[in-house]
Ligand binder design. Sequence first.
Ligand code: TXA
Ligand code: MG
Length: 304
Amino acid sequence: MAFPTETVYGLGANVEDRVAVSRVFEVKGRPPTHPLIVHIGGAQHLGDWVQDVPATARVLAERFWPGPLTLVLRRGRRVPMEATGGLETVAVRVPDHPVALALLSVFGGGVAAPSANRFGSVSPTAANHVRAELGDAVDVVLDGGACEVGVESTIVDATGDTPSILRPGGVTREDLETALGRPLAVHSASSVRVPGQHPSHYAPQARVVLVEPEKVAAEAELARQLGHQVGVLVPSFLTGTAVKAHAVVAVPRSMAAYARGLYGFLRELDQRGCDLIVASLPVEEGLGLAIANRLRRAAGPRPS
Ligand code: TXA
Ligand code: MG
C-alpha cells in the first residue's frame, strides 16, 4: 500500500511481516541490502523498535517528531534483518501527515516504507506520481494530496555520542544544530555509512547537467544547438531573462517552495520530452542543502 507523508509518498509494509517487506523490495526493484525506514505513530513507541534511546536521540525526537527527521539507532529485536538490509541499526521516523498518522495509529505497529518510486528514480510527491510509476504493482494508493515538504526526511545517525547527518532533508542542519547546541557533520555525498546511496539516484529520464547559475542560459543554448530537447530549471535571479529551450521551469525563490516543487519539476520536464536538463545548485544552507544533494545525485553517473 502506498500512503502520503509530508515528505514524499511511501510504499508501506508491516515491518514484522517478512513476506510483505520482501514484496516492497520487489516492487521497487531495490537491492535487498538497501535498508528501509520504519514509520511509527509517535515518539512514545520508539523504545519498542530500538535497543536503547540515547539522550541525543530523545532530544531530537521530542523536538522534531512528527516531522521530516529519521533517526538511525541500534536495531531492536522486533525489527527483522530483512528490513534493515542486514544492518544492526534501524532508521525510524514519525511522519507529519494526518493520513499517515491515522494509518499508523489504527495499525499500531511499525510500517517499513521507502519512497514509492522505482529504485533510483524521482520520488513521488503526489498520488498520481505513484500510479504512473508503479502501476498495478501497488494495490492501494491513499491520496493525501501534494506533499508539503517535497524532499525526503533528514537522516541522522544518533547511535553514538556524536550525531551526524547521513542524508540532508526536510529538517535543516541549522535547526538540528540549534536543538542540540552544537555543530553537526554532514556525510551525504558518498558515505559508506548509508548503504545503497550510490551516485545516481533521484534521477529523471533526462540527463541532468549542473552548471554555475550564470552559465545556465548559455549551456542550454549550446545543448539546443547540438540537437537536444533541453529542459531548464532557471535560477530565480535569472527569471525575466529569455532562456531559449524546449521547456523552461522558473525555480521558486523560496527554498521551501523549491523543495516542494523539485521532483514535480523533474517529472514535468521528462513528460515534456526533454532529454537533457540544465540546472544550477542553490546556496547550500537551510533546505538548499537537501535540494543541492538531490540535484547532484540526479546528475550523477548512471549505470550503463
Ligand atoms: O522522507 C522519507 O524518509 C521517505 C518517506 C516515505 O518517509 N522515505 C524514504 O525512504 O526516503 P527511502 O527508502 O527512499 O530512503 C531511506 C534511506 C536510504 O538512503 C537508506 O540507505 C537509509 O534511509 N537508511 C535506512 N536504514 C538505515 C540505517 N540503518 N543506517 C543508515 N541508513 C539507513
Ligand atoms: Mg528513495
